[in-house]
Design a protein around this ligand. Structure first.
Ligand code: GLA
Length: 388
């Protein structure tokens, strides 16, 4: 990839001398969905697929961007002497520009511009966090280029801040954290309340993690995402009238059952129930993985999906079909939607000898029911951002 993007950089910008190349991964969440903005736990891992950048410093204050994934947009340019603002015509460059803006908000101003070429191999809008990958990648490039004193954890927080405040998506910390802090062959057990985290080895003897992309784009997902968030906030506010807590993540299942009637709205009650139960499930799932109980881990993944479908209502016919078809295949240990939902991907744990059959059966039945094909990725867990 280094050669491909360096060569393309030369073609696009005229001269690739002195170009540096970087990578940041995508991520998949194994369990702990829609818990990160509810003060709960998540258990994601970084992937070996991700976003690549070739970058060269400029002497002036211009930043220019080009993506091999959106070639028809051509070069998109911004001037750092002007106030940076999100604009429709800036298209995908609103993500890197948001990160530059977020660094400046923290007093880290760029003293010159740069040219950047991007090439990603995460399918877009797949729920594998191509946008968070681009944010962390940009942060890493700025850190290296200007010597800013930031940790990888800071890069995650800056990425989230830019997405919340520049790009207007109220996301939690999971995606940027998983990407910035990724570790080969490990998932990250993160308490989003305290940002305490622990790496857990993903040793699935005789099985692999398979990501299935529904190819249904998220579409309205962002507005529904913000809606779920405010439903949980409203439920929390009611519970806080009877219990002294800061987030839903502080409650056990029993505590929730005791106070739930105060929510007074069946829809918001189900949203809060998911947040509480999913958090507890995530804690149990990590214990199961540590004890090498992959079967229990798989069962908890299936329970997670049921809760996301019935109580949180963030799935849809495409994701539901993928999970239902997956669970019919012998050798599938667990399967669930992953990421924000409303489209995007599922994540499954499949025994090695069952993988070919899984891809064939789920692929054929999905195509027959939905009318277009799904894509399958047997994924490997990789490291965080790096120079390549
Ligand atoms: C998106 C958000 C994350 C998280 C997930 C759902 O990926 O960016 O912060 O909330 O959805 O678990």
């Amino acid at each position: 990839m280094k050669d491909i993007i360096t060569k393309e950089f030369g073609k696009v910008y005229g001269d690739a001398n002195g170009v540096k190349t970087y990578f940041a991964p995508g991520r998949v969440n194994l369990i702990g969905e829609h818990t990160d903005y509810n003060g709960g736990h998540v258990f994601p891992c970084a992937l070996t697929i991700g976003t690549y950048a070739a970058v060269k410093e400029r002497k002036d204050m211009k930043v220019r961007f080009y993506s091999m994934n959106f070639e028809s947009n051509g070069i998109i340019e911004a001037d750092l002497t002007n106030k940076l603002e999100p604009k429709k015509e800036q298209a995908w460059t609103n993500y890197p520009l948001g990160v530059i803006w977020a660094f400046a908000e923290r007093g880290m101003k760029l003293t010159h511009g740069f040219d950047m070429l991007i090439n990603g191999n995460i399918p877009n809008s797949s729920g594998l966090s191509s946008s968070a990958s681009l944010e962390v990648l940009t942060g890493f490039v700025l850190k290296e280029m200007f010597g800013f004193n930031v940790t990888n954890q800071d890069l995650a927080l800056i990425g989230q801040f830019s997405e919340n405040n520049f790009n207007g998506v109220n996301c939690g910390i999971m995606d940027q954290f998983a990407i910035a802090m990724g570790k080969k062959d490990h998932a990250i057990f993160l308490d989003t309340n305290t940002l305490k985290y622990e790496y857990a080895p993903v040793k699935l003897e005789g099985a692999k993690v398979v990501v299935t992309c529904s190819n249904k784009k998220r579409g309205l997902g962002d507005s529904k995402y913000n809606e779920r968030r405010s439903e949980c906030e409203a439920a929390l506010a009611k519970i806080q009238t009877v219990k002294n807590i800061k987030s839903l993540g502080e409650l056990t299942e029993e505590e929730f059952e005791e106070v739930k009637s105060v929510i007074g709205d069946p829809v918001k009650e189900r949203r809060a129930k998911h947040a509480v139960y999913e958090n507890r499930r995530t804690i149990k799932a990590v214990e199961a993985l540590k004890a090498n109980d992959i079967e229990l881990f798989g069962k908890l993944m299936i329970d997670s999906d049921t809760s996301l479908r019935e109580d949180y209502e963030v799935t849809g016919v495409e994701l539901d079909t993928l999970v239902a078809e997956a669970l019919k295949v012998p050798g599938v240990i667990g399967s669930r939607m992953t990421g924000a939902g409303f489209g995007g991907c599922t994540v499954s744990i499949v025994k090695d000898e069952a993988i070919d059959n899984f891809i064939e059966k789920v692929g054929a039945n999905y195509l027959a029911k939905i009318g277009y094909a799904a894509d399958f990725y047997v994924v490997s867990i990789g490291d965080g951002p790096k120079e390549i």
